[in-house]
Design a protein around this ligand. Sequence first.
Ligand code: SF4
Ligand code: SF4
Length: 187
Amino acid sequence: MTIRIKKGRTGQSLRDTVVRMSGIDLSACYQCKKCSSGCTVSGHSQSPPSEIIRRLQLGAGDELLTNDLIWTCVSCETCYARCPMGIDLVPVMDALRAIAIQRKAAVPKGNVPLFNSAFLKTVNMFGRTYDLGLMALYKIGTSSYSQDADKIPVIFSKKKIAFLPSWSSNLKTVKRIFEIARQNKGK
Ligand code: SF4
Ligand code: SF4
C-alpha cells in the first residue's frame, strides 16, 4: 500500500509532539505488523496501528489526525502485548486524540468523543468510573433518553451497576493527574 505524507501545517512535527506527550520511542518500530494482525478494531478502521506509526515516522502532518483508528482504538493493549519492541500504542493513541481535539482536526466516529469525555468527567469527579453518571452524561449529550430504557430495571435488579457513586481513596492523586494533564496540554 502506498502511503502519502503531507508536511505538518503547524511547523511543529506531529511525531515530535506525539513522542513528547506519550513518552513512546516510535523509532524502535521496524514494521513487523504483529500489532496490526492482533488489533481488535483495525478491520473496521481506515488503517492498522502499524501504519499509524509508519506515517508518524515518515513525518505525517495533521491529515493523520482524521484517521478513524484514533477513535476506534479501544485501548485493549493487544498491540503492546504482541510488540517485540515493547511499543505501547495506547499512550500514542491518547496523544493523537488530545492533539486532534486541540487542533480542531478531530473527525471522530459516532459518539466516541462524547463517551470519552463523559467517562473522564466521572473519573475526575470520583477518582474512578461511575457507570450511572456516565450513562446520564451520555444520554444528555445524545438526547437518546428512551434508548435502552427498558434494560434499566434489569441492570439494577441484577446489581450490574451501583445506584450511588463510590469515591476513590486516592481522589486527590487522580485530581492531580488531571491537573498535570491539563497543564501538559497547554505546552
Ligand atoms: S508490533 Fe511493534 S515493532 Fe511491530 S509494527 Fe507494531 S509497533 Fe512496530
Ligand atoms: S490498543 Fe488500540 S491499536 Fe492496540 S490493539 Fe487495541 S484497539 Fe488496536
